[in-house]
Structures are given as C-alpha cells and as structure tokens.
Design a protein around this ligand. Structure first.
Ligand SMILES: [Zn+2]
Length: 335
C-alpha cells in the first residue's frame, strides 16, 4: 500500500488530499481557508492539522511515499518557500522544511499551474501530448507549460507568468503587479467588477439589472455570468469583452509555447464554460498565429487540477532543474 499526500495552497483555500497508489485515486480530501494572520508557520501548521485529521478519519497510520505541494507564487524553490505572493500578508512563508520535518519524506513544490499541467500529463487526459498548456482563469490568471515533454519551471519556479501579458494597450486598469492592460487586470475574477464599471461608463444600450450592479461596482463573476445566462444585454456585452481578452491572452500563449492542447481550469472558467468556451474558440481563430489553433479542453480534474498535479509531482517526479543554476543567496526575496 502506497500513499501520497497532495496539498494545494490557494489564495483563499487550502486543499489537502490523500491519494492511494494502489487504487490510483484520491480517497479523501479536506479544505479550509488559507490562514492570513499569525506567524510565518501558520500556513504549514494548518496543512499539518488538515492532514492529521484526514489520517485519523481514514485510520491511516502508514508512511507516505511523498508530499506534493502546488502553490500560489512567486516561489523560491531553492529555499522551499512561498516568497512574494501579493495574495497573502504572511509572505514569505516556509513550506518544504516544516512539511519534511513532520512527514519525514520528500516534499516537492511547484507553482499551482505548473503542477496542474504536470497532472494533466501524468494523471489526466494529456498523456499522449508532448506539448501542453494549462491556463487557469480564477481570481487570478496563470499558466503552466510542458514543452517537448519537459516541464518548464524557471530559475526559482516562477516561469511564464502569462496573466501579465498585455491584452489592451490603452487600458487604465492597473494590475496587482503595477502594470497596465494585463490579461489578469482586465479579465480575472477579481478584475471583473472594475471592468464592468468601466464598461458601464461607455454603455449606450438599455438599462438592465447588470448595468445597475456594474455602476455600483458590485457586478461580481457569479452575478455577471448568471445575468448573462438570463439574457441581460449588458452582462452579455461584458462577457463578450472578457472573452476577447481571454482570446488575446491565449493567442499570446499559443505564439510563445506552440502547445498541441490547452487545458483550461480555474473557478471562473469551470463554472461558466458555456459562456466562455465556444466564444473564445471562435475568437481565437481570428487572433491566433494559426488559423486552426490547438483545442481548448476543460481540466481533467476540474477544481482539483492543482491538487492532482501536486500528487503527480511525487508519483512521476519531473527532472530537478530549479536551484541548480543559481545559489539561493543570489535569489531576490522581493519576488
Ligand atoms: Zn500584471
């Protein structure tokens, strides 16, 4: 009997799952809010608590083959830390050392999208491809890539921050990173209320419930897509605009990485595929370098894509590259 512990450190949620190698499946899972206060060990401590309660419930006493962690970034993989995330005030916080100490096994860490694309390759429906992309559209936008069968991690584990591709040159909307016109600043879940308010200022169509909400700055993703589904003309127009940004961002991804397939995940995408996918596919034919762009497919494991990716890192370890080219003392800690 072999077991792997998978951990997904999200901006708002922690997911911890126990995977049975014999049964080739996730047998149990627990979720909790990601700690945002306390000391630097708060996140690792919460993960250990979740894992221990999972073990207790399952009567699990055996040893783990390993622990895989997928996390919001930026990371410093040489140190095993999450260093500069704008999404959690506890940064930087350690991950590898406290988990290795508690579970007495190797801990592998990757950026959440990097883990997710690896999960598609080794556990999901991406096995037959050599060139894969995984894109998340969630509170943020990010990507993970396998190029010629090689998982790309970058020097510190922070390669390809594609959410910061510019998709609108005249935009006044600032990204969390400080730049203007970034894909994530315009079309991520956290950006949508601001984008809707901006869209309302130039709207010449009829008064609608979505327009009223947008003028108050409260047209959040669940309301936006719900009203669009009900035929609200303003909501549909905002969705169309975000779909154009998604298509522009994906066209950049295709030009840069030449993937055979793009797996799509993240809560905004997964919960609203009906309004996003067909439109983006048809726009992409217009924006992309190729008249026949690669297929877009929903993530094999849905919301668990980063968690399953973390498990995949342990079961089928990618080549170690991070930390080998630069000593950690060279690593900037400001992310
Ligand atoms: Zn940015």
């Amino acid at each position: 009997m072999g077991w792997v512990l998978g951990v997904d450190v999200g901006a708002s949620r922690l997911r911890v799952g126990l995977y049975s190698i014999d049964e080739a499946r996730l047998v149990a899972k627990k979720m909790a809010p990601t700690p945002r206060s306390g000391d630097r060990m708060a996140v690792a401590r919460r993960i250990v608590e979740l894992a221990e309660s999972l073990f207790q419930e399952r009567g699990f006493t055996g040893d783990l083959e390993g622990v895989g962690v997928s996390s919001i970034g930026p990371l410093d993989l040489a140190r095993g830390e999450i260093v500069g995330t704008p999404n959690n005030p506890l940064r930087p916080f350690p991950m590898r050392d406290p988990l290795e100490k508690r579970f007495r096994t190797r801990v592998r860490i990757a950026n959440d999208c990097v883990a997710a694309v690896w999960g598609e390759k080794v556990l999901g429906e991406g096995g037959r491809y050599t060139d894969l992309a995984y894109i998340t559209i969630s509170s943020g936008i990010g990507g993970g890539f396998i190029v010629s069968n090689r998982l790309i991690e970058g020097r510190r584990g922070n390669a390809h921050e594609v959410g910061h591709l510019v998709v609108e040159v005249d935009s006044n909307l600032r990204c969390g990173c400080g730049g203007r016109g970034h894909w994530e600043a315009l079309a991520s879940g956290s950006a949508l209320p601001r984008l809707a308010t901006l869209h309302a200022a130039g709207w010449r169509g009829p008064m609608t419930p979505a327009l009223e909400l947008a003028r108050r700055g409260s047209l959040d993703p669940p309301l936006l897509y719900k009203l669009a589904r009900e035929g609200d003309k303003f909501a549909l127009s905002v969705v169309r605009r975000t779909n154009r940004y998604h298509a522009a961002g994906l066209a950049g991804v295709i030009a840069a990485y030449d993937p055979e397939v793009i797996f799509m995940g993240g809560s905004v995408f997964l919960e609203n595929q009906d309004l996003i996918l067909p439109d983006v596919v048809s726009l992409l034919e217009d924006y992309s370098l190729y008249r026949k762009p690669p297929p877009l497919r929903p993530a094999t494991f849905g919301h668990d894509a980063p968690l399953m990716g973390a498990i995949g890192l342990v079961l089928y370890p990618p080549e170690d590259t991070v930390g080998k080219t630069a000593p950690s003392s060279d690593v900037s800690r400001d992310g």
